[in-house]
Ligand binder design. Structure first.
Ligand code: SAM
Ligand code: SF4
Length: 328
């Protein structure tokens, strides 16, 4: 195995797989209020197809896989997919990004199947605001329970992702930060990206430098290493804190030059960049029984197509798909 690298010599070893475009929430930063047109079931890759693709990608050098959505836990049988992926020897890291609402129900079986760790979206600690942000009557309590159960079954680390939005949840920055001091919370503050169907809300944006300044009211942030992975977040810790604080700056300081990922949409398109529209269809070739060698060529073509960087800060906003279809 020689490993994959793109035309800018970036090693590519990470595949994010969106297993569904469906979601049980309608977060204001991710989807328009009316939702999005859903893919038909026959357009969504089967678990067998995802497995075939992951196996071939692993032969090329992918060793890290994350399942995402929409909301991955609304697709039935996800545990089965994890079991299948866990059998691919070259894949040594299987993780999940979820809104956490269904996690307490599934965490134990997911762990048993081979899931190693989980990222949970949590944008507020206030029940009413949770309903406002998610536009849904599901409970914040379900997510908090999901966090607890995920930890107790040994999914480690549990990282919490907060998309910071001005005038919506930025009044809770210190509450989230305080949780990292008292409890073993690993909170990552993410800059809001004005994409797919929610671009009229660009005024939500708060830069990480602004977030950091506000957090330092609680004490000096000391840099620390992430416990797992080498993703885009930069990690810090308050003195004597049990948890960590991470910052993700897709807008104010893009991290494209270190990007190691490809994305697979639920309808089987391989997307070299979250924030560029280019995609290569793998569903039709898979359904026409393409050979492994043919599939490898398509994956390599997607990698070769990976753009150097995104242009969000310069105003280029991809419009074709909302994040709920690309997996964030
Ligand atoms: N449903 C799952 C969840 O909410 O974690 C997985 C899919 S969601 C699209 C994946 C990630 O995208 C979430 O962590 C979410 O915070 C992030 N995301 C969605 N829209 C975003 C936006 N406009 N700006 C920044 N992050 C966004
Ligand atoms: Fe659903 Fe996740 Fe998007 Fe929220 S962020 S609407 S939970 S896909």
């Amino acid at each position: 195995m020689t490993g994959l690298s793109d035309s800018f010599q970036r090693p590519i070893n990470y595949l994010r797989i969106s297993v569904t475009d469906r979601c049980n929430l309608r977060c204001i930063y991710c989807m328009p209020a009316e939702g999005v047109r859903l893919m038909s079931h026959r357009d969504i890759l089967t678990y067998e197809e995802i497995y075939t693709l992951a196996r071939v990608a692993a032969e090329l050098g992918i060793n890290k896989v994350r399942l995402t959505g929409g909301e991955p836990l609304v697709r039935s049988g996800l545990t089965e997919l994890i079991q299948m992926l866990a059998q691919i020897e070259a894949i040594d890291d299987i993780s999940l990004t979820t809104n956490g609402t269904l996690l307490s129900r599934y965490a134990a079986e997911l762990k048993q199947a081979g899931l190693q760790r989980v990222n949970i979206s949590l944008d507020t600690l206030k029940p009413n605001k949770f309903k406002f942000i998610t536009r849904h009557s599901l409970n914040l309590g379900d997510v908090l329970e999901g966090i607890k159960v995920a930890r107790s079954v040994g999914l480690n680390p549990v990282k919490l992702n907060m998309v910071v939005m001005s005038g919506i949840n930025d009044d809770e920055l210190l509450d989230f930060a305080a949780k990292t001091i008292d409890e073993e919370w690993h909170v990552r503050f993410i800059e809001f990206m004005p994409v797919g169907g929610v671009s009229t809300t660009a005024s939500y944006f708060v830069s990480v430098s602004d977030i950091r300044k506000r957090l330092e009211l609680l004490g000096e942030l000391e840099p620390c290493l992430p416990s797992v992975g080498n993703g885009p977040a930069k990690y810090f810790r308050f003195p004597h804190a049990r948890g960590t604080v991470g910052f993700i700056t897709p807008v104010s300081e893009h991290f494209c030059f270190h990007c190691n990922r490809l994305r697979l949409t639920a309808d089987g398109r391989l997307r070299p960049c979250l924030l560029a529209e280019d995609e290569i269809d793998l569903k039709q070739p898979l359904r026409s029984r393409i050979s492994s060698a043919g599939l490898k060529q398509l994956i390599e073509a997607a990698v070769a197509n990976k753009p150097l960087r995104h242009w969000l800060a310069e105003g280029y906003v991809p419009k074709h798909r909302p994040f709920s279809q690309v997996g964030g």
